[in-house]
Ligand binder design. Sequence first.
Ligand SMILES: CC(C)(COP(=O)(O)OP(=O)(O)OC[C@H]1O[C@@H](n2cnc3c(N)ncnc32)[C@H](O)[C@@H]1OP(=O)(O)O)[C@@H](O)C(=O)NCCC(=O)NCCS
Length: 220
Amino acid sequence: MSEGLPFKLGAAVLQRIEPLVPANEPGGGDAQILASRRLARQRQFQTGRRCAAELLSALGSSVTEVGVAADRSPVWPPGFVGSITHKDTILGVAVAKASAVGAVGIDIERVLSPKLADDVESVCLIARERELGRRLGIERCLFATLCFSAKESLYKCLYPSVRRFFDHFAAEVIELDVAEGTMRLRLNEHLSSAAPLGRVLAGSFRLRDDHAFTSFELPP
Ligand SMILES: CC(C)(COP(=O)(O)OP(=O)(O)OC[C@H]1O[C@@H](n2cnc3c(N)ncnc32)[C@H](O)[C@@H]1OP(=O)(O)O)[C@@H](O)C(=O)NCCC(=O)NCCS
């Protein structure tokens, strides 16, 4: 594992974290606010592509462009896998050779407020998960954040093979160890031959500066 880096990923995965300039919210009306948000989104997109290109180049890829599929998922050059995430002022990118890593998914979330934790608990968690959090004695907002982020990074990891939307009830957090930064999720839905009902997938996380950095990687 690469100690000191935000995502707890194996050595075959290169990762990069970049600061992002957030949208400012200028006075003067909706049009200016929208223009400012559009600009921030453009910067976010471009920063992700620049970081991905640098990592692809470091891995020896002659193609360094990452495309965008019609469903908005990233299209990595043949022979490479990767994942992109952004939250507030932080952007993260992870890239690996497909010969070394089958798939990778990363996500960054700011630790949720009590109100957002309520929403996540009711929309993204099942009763057994809420009970797990209570049994483990993990603070409610932190537990909801970790579960939510884990499911988002698992989604990004599995999507290239599943190729369809699946919601937050498709996977269930069945173990979570805050001290170790590890968790296990079980699939409650058959997603693909490689991701069948009942498969248990191990993920990792680190907590830094009020943010959770979650990640999954699969063998080739
Ligand atoms: C697609 C999704 C996972 C993105 O996560 P997010 O927290 O909203 O946003 P993030 O900033 O972390 O990630 C955005 C990046 O994800 C990537 N992405 C978008 N769709 C993707 C997909 N289907 N598969 C993999 N990566 C995807 C893109 O690279 C995007 O960045 P870019 O547009 O600059 O290239 C999320 O919007 C979503 O649809 N979630 C619902 C599905 C889900 O999580 N189910 C749980 C299953 S257990």
